[in-house]
Design a protein around this ligand. Structure first.
Ligand code: HEM
Length: 378
């Protein structure tokens, strides 16, 4: 069993200390053979890739897109109305998040392809077959390998091969940059054009980083605001209340529950030759639900004071997608809030809770996954 670092101070400290707890490792070893960038690198290499991507994630590049995000959410909601009922994830949140990514990355032609992958790119093949992947995920997390993993990297790989062949072809012809893949394929780090594995590594975080995390956050908002309409009223009171509400939902849900690190002394040699049992995990859930740091961490409190949670990480790898998350969520809420009074649960929401260990050895009930939230419209 691998060690998990738990507790607010401990996780924060370890996340900051990249020299002791390195990100120089390849994750998702079952489905890919290249590193996600800038995620799986240490400074100074990490910093160069991070700087190169800054432009994509800057508020200046993203804010002008917010009316398009809101228009998308409004359209999706309008299309649901004649149906009388809908399912929050499949019918609203997943198409919304994927639609936003097509807008940010200037790839509207990819909507159907990305939508067909479902919430998680590594489960795309299983999702297309209509399988429930959650049971296998939970079993594998508990090191129970009796259920075969549905994870598969082929769907993503075929897509990446195609788009980067096209992008490199366009660059070779001297054509103008058209979309995110032209941008990524044209990047230069240390005056050297990125190679194909690096392009794939960057594409991975661009496609995967902001997918299941934001899907969980938005589904969480719909679920919570129906359960507690006074919190919807609180957000409606002032534009300034969006931010604390988003931060608190991010803390409570901690959509990226843990990340891998390799203790420096084990960050040597090829990934394939390393003993990954020596790797450790940073437990973001345990940090964000640490009762020493947060009063009643099990409660959602939009008016929580000094909410210095670390749901978006901490230190050099802190999330590059925070602006995207915030802008997408605000646009989504602006479209959803006026509708909420007509939305009721059609059945009890199907949620997956797990007992999550905390630093002091106790456990907390953590909302692991929104499986299904059916809404009846009135
Ligand atoms: C609720 C939404 C999100 C949550 C909770 C979240 C969480 C995180 C966390 C905890 C990390 C740190 C990982 C580590 O320390 O190893 C991280 C890094 C990152 N996230 Fe997010 N994320 C979210 C949305 C997004 C979005 C929308 C994107 C982009 C489309 C994105 C892109 C990235 C990237 C590129 C990194 C790597 C940064 C680096 O290594 O320097 N994330 N995220």
């Amino acid at each position: 069993m691998r060690k998990e670092i738990r507790g607010y101070n401990e996780v924060r400290e370890a996340a900051r200390d990249w020299e002791a707890y390195s990100s120089d490792l390849q994750g998702d070893r079952d489905v890919r053979d290249y590193r996600q960038l800038p995620l799986e690198a240490d400074p100074p290499r990490h910093t160069k890739f991070r700087m190169a991507l800054n432009h994509v994630f800057s508020p200046g590049a993203l804010r002008p897109l917010s009316p398009d995000f809101e228009a998308l959410a409004v359209r999706l909601i309008r299309e649901l109305k004649p149906r009388g009922s809908f399912e929050v994830l499949e019918d609203l949140v997943i198409p919304y998040v994927i639609g936003c990514l097509t807008i940010i990355y200037k790839r509207p032609q990819d909507f159907a392809e990305w939508r067909s992958w479902g919430p998680d790119v590594w489960n795309a093949a299983a999702y297309r077959r209509g399988e429930d992947v959650h049971a296998a995920e939970v079993a594998h997390r508990n090191r129970d390998f009796s259920i075969k993993s549905p994870r598969d990297g082929q769907v993503l790989q075929e897509y990446l091969d195609q788009v980067f062949d096209e992008a490199e072809g366009r660059i070779a012809k001297g054509l103008e940059e058209r979309d995110i893949w032209d941008f990524v394929a044209g990047l230069e780090i240390d005056e050297q054009r990125v190679n194909r594995k690096e392009m794939q590594g960057i594409a991975n975080v661009l496609l995967a980083g902001g997918r299941d995390t934001v899907i969980k956050l938005l589904a969480g908002f719909v679920w919570h605001l129906i359960e507690k309409p006074s919190d919807a009223d609180f957000i409606l009171e002032s534009e300034e209340n969006f931010r604390p509400a988003i931060q608190e939902m991010a803390r409570y849900l901690s959509p990226l529950p843990r990340m891998e690190r390799v203790p420096r002394e084990h960050a040597v040699g090829e990934d394939s030759e390393r003993d990954t049992d020596k790797y450790v995990l940073l437990g973001f859930v345990s940090a964000n639900h640490d009762p020493e740091r947060f009063e009643h961490p099990e409660k959602i409190d939009f008016e929580r004071e000094r909410n210095a949670h670390i749901a978006f990480g901490f230190g050099p790898h802190s999330c590059l997608g925070q602006n995207i998350t915030e802008i997408e969520t605000i646009a989504f809420l602006k479209a959803v809030l006026p509708e909420l009074s007509g939305w009721k649960f059609e059945a009890k929401p199907n949620l997956e809770w797990v007992d999550e260990p905390l630093a002091d050895g106790s456990t907390t009930r953590y909302l692991d996954k929104f499986k299904e939230i059916r809404i009846a419209l009135s």
